[in-house]
Design a binder for this molecule. Structure first.
Ligand code: G3P
Length: 217
């Protein structure tokens, strides 16, 4: 499973990238707001660090304007993925931009039918929002599993990019049901390494090692 980082925090991306944890990056207008930077500048900066797909989202609401914005964003670097919302206009933009050979991430997906129609429009990635479905007492993971089955039934090669991933359990569940990619904030990725028994075990080893009076170096 690929790890995309859901942030425009360049330092955090660079740190995780050095560890080989970054297969790509996703951003959205809220993330750009949080960065306090210009979308073109910060996206260029991210693309100078990460060689995998970097999603940059259009903000227009009509297909023609989305296509124009998508073409401009795609000029930033060859690994730009144009992110469009799952609206009818977004699907039209997806079809045009993907036909031009650009990677397209169709975002704000909340149903299996939306995922199906995005695949038919040529999406490279579909982004179902797991956490936001959980927020309203629906089962985000059930949606990921349904999309997996539908795409496998018909051989669609659109990649399932589980988004709004907020917990380490979401990551495990996405891996179990076969999401192609998860995108999560840096804190969630870092938390994957944590276990209380690891901390407890290490503490005991350190205490016992101190009693030996030995040094390795
Ligand atoms: O990738 C989409 C993500 O940024 C949304 O996450 O936590 O705002 O639902 P959240």
């Amino acid at each position: 499973m690929k790890f995309f980082i859901d942030t425009a925090d360049v330092e955090a991306i660079a740190e995780l990238n050095d560890l080989g944890m970054v297969d790509g990056v996703t951003t959205n207008p809220s993330i750009i707001l949080k960065s306090g930077k210009n979308i073109l500048d910060v996206t260029r900066e991210i693309c100078s660090i990460v060689s995998g797909p970097v999603s940059a989202e259009v903000v227009a609401t009509t297909a023609d304007d989305m296509i124009a914005e998508g073409r401009k964003l795609a000029q930033i670097a060859s690994n730009i993925t144009v992110k469009v919302p799952l609206t009818w206009d977004g699907l039209k933009a997806c079809k045009v931009l993907s036909s031009e050979g650009k990677m397209v991430n169709v975002t704000l997906c909340f149903s299996a039918n939306q995922a199906l129609i995005a695949a038919k429009a040529g999406a490279t990635f579909i982004s179902p929002f797991v956490g936001r479905l959980d927020d309203i007492n629906m089962d985000g993971m059930e949606l990921i599993a349904d999309i997996r089955q539908i795409y496998d039934n018909y051989g669609y090669d659109t990649q399932i990019l589980a988004a709004s991933v907020r917990t380490v359990n979401h990551v495990t569940q996405c891996a179990l049901v076969g999401a192609d990619v998860i995108t999560a904030p840096p804190a969630v990725i870092k938390a994957l390494a944590s276990h209380p028994l690891t901390d407890k075990g290490l503490e005991q080893f350190m205490k016992d090692w101190a009693k030996t009076g030995q040094n390795i170096l």
